[in-house]
Design a protein around this ligand. Structure first.
Ligand code: HAM
Length: 438
């Protein structure tokens, strides 16, 4: 029975009140992206499995352990996307978005799937808000997307978010680094977990983000990539830091930060939440990925923010989310004819963009008024035989009890607006916004 009465482990429903908060948060992020010239991209929830193997690297935790992979009815292997970058690269190439000229700037807000052990901030279905920039090799691009994420955090009013920064170099400087890592970990192989042992030859950098405490302790003393950067990568990183300083952005250098996916080159960064103990987001450059996926050599960079985690952080600091008004005017009705008129008046209000409601459950007058109070209607109006014959009804402010008259014929909307405008503040008419700290 559990199978049909409970959502699958690691997934969550968003009931209307929660969904309103999410919508408000997502609007801030999307508007920040649009402000920075990004266009939205929507890609399929599932892709060919090879896309992720090739894109993220097959010796990564996500690809080796966490993908929802299955065969479709034609025997093709497909995978629910575990992240957004690989699909965005594919879509950029397949749709020839580069033809319009570089940089191509895309953003997305997507559900992602990873078979992980669920815990606070770690879901099997989670939402990512991500941005990707193609064709921008300059360090200014790195600084700009970091500034953009921080600006979105500020607009959301997030208080407790840091910035960790590192450079993991390019393919060339990584050759020597891989060798140094292999030597270091080989000398300590008896202390490595089974997964890391198998990664020692294939992809030693992935040992650095293993979650086992023993491997983490070893990783702390391992050679640092920053000591192996080639002159070009050193210069790129120095410039990124110069731009960040010019933008007044503070950060912590973390030479141990390598991120968990193989496509990264040069700049990598994460946004840790100190109080919650996990990263709210992360990203970096991936200058080899587009070529790896069959395109011409094209630099790329971006970040992904975990929306479930952002919401946890906002809730932990008790951020306020104004709720939209679901019903401004509730029209209660007695009798068949009045009910028909109520429905028609509510329809007119809806056409004017005014939230309004009337009874659709066959309730008596008292129960209708009780319901109007329950849904937070600002005003009410009762229609019965008297109102129908006089062509006028009484509007009532539900909180102050003040009343006014409205014709229920052609003058209805005008009369209603004249009455209600005196009582409604801009926030209610303006809908939702959580830009408390802009
Ligand atoms: P990622 O660090 O694997 O990077 O994921 C981005 C963010 O998604 C994380 O920082 C975290 O907030 C959230 N996240 C990841 N896994 C889970 C989970 N199981 N439950 C809840 N939240 C989660 C990427 O995916 C890259 N594609 C980011 C990127 C875009 N890099 C360049 N462009």
């Amino acid at each position: 029975m559990d199978l049909i009465t409970r959502a699958p482990k690691g997934t969550a429903d968003l009931v209307p009140e929660a969904a309103e908060k999410w919508r408000a948060m997502e609007e801030v992020l999307a508007s920040e992206a649009r402000l920075n010239g990004f266009g939205e991209i929507r890609t399929p929830v599932f892709e060919h499995t090879e896309l992720f193997q090739r894109g993220m690297g097959d010796v990564t935790d996500v690809v080796e352990k966490q993908m929802y992979t299955f065969e479709d009815k034609a025997g093709r292997s497909v995978t629910l996307r575990p992240e957004g970058t690989a699909g965005a690269v594919r879509a950029m190439l397949e749709n020839g978005l580069f033809n319009a000229g570089y940089p191509v700037k895309l953003y997305y807000n997507i559900p992602c799937y990873r078979y992980e052990k669920p815990q606070a901030g770690r879901m099997r279905e989670f939402r990512t808000f991500g941005v990707e920039v193609f064709g921008a090799a300059e360090p200014a691009a790195d600084a700009q997307i970091i500034a953009m994420a921080l600006s979105a955090f500020r607009r959301l009013g997030l208080q407790d978010v840091g910035l960790q920064l590192n450079s993991i170099g390019c393919k060339d400087c990584r050759k020597d680094y891989h060798q140094a890592l292999k030597e270091y970990f080989s000398a300590r192989r008896d202390q490595l977990c089974a997964t890391c042992l198998s990664r020692l030859d294939r992809n030693p950098m992935r040992i650095l983000d293993c979650k086992s405490p023993d491997c983490q302790a070893l990783a702390a003393g391992a050679p640092k990539i920053t000591d192996y950067l080639c002159p070009d990568c050193q210069e790129h990183f120095a410039k990124v830091r110069e731009y960040l300083a010019a933008l007044g952005i503070e950060y912590t250098l973390d030479p141990g930060l390598v991120r968990g996916l193989d496509y990264y080159t040069r700049t990598v960064f994460e946004f840790p939440s100190q109080s919650l103990g996990f990263a709210l987001g992360g990203g970096g450059r991936y200058d080899g990925l587009v070529e790896e996926m069959g395109g011409s050599p094209t630099p790329g960079l971006g970040f992904g923010l975990g929306l479930d985690r952002l919401m946890l952080a906002l809730e932990a600091q008790k951020a306020e989310f104004p709720q939209p008004v679901r019903c401004e005017l509730y029209i209660a009705a007695m009798g068949d004819e009045a009910r028909v008129r109520a429905l028609a008046l509510v329809d007119i209000l809806h056409k004017c963009g005014i939230p309004a409601g009337c009874d659709i459950c066959g309730r008596g007058l008292k129960a209708q008024m009780k319901y109007a109070g329950k849904i937070g209607a600002k005003f009410s109006m009762v229609l019965g035989e008297d109102e129908l014959s006089s062509g006028q009804a009484v509007l009532k402010d539900m909180s102050s009890g003040e009343t006014g008259k409205a014709g229920i014929g052609e003058s209805f909307v005008g009369d209603y607006l004249a009455f209600s405008t005196a009582y409604l503040d801009d926030e209610i008419r303006g809908g939702i916004s959580i830009a408390q700290n802009t």
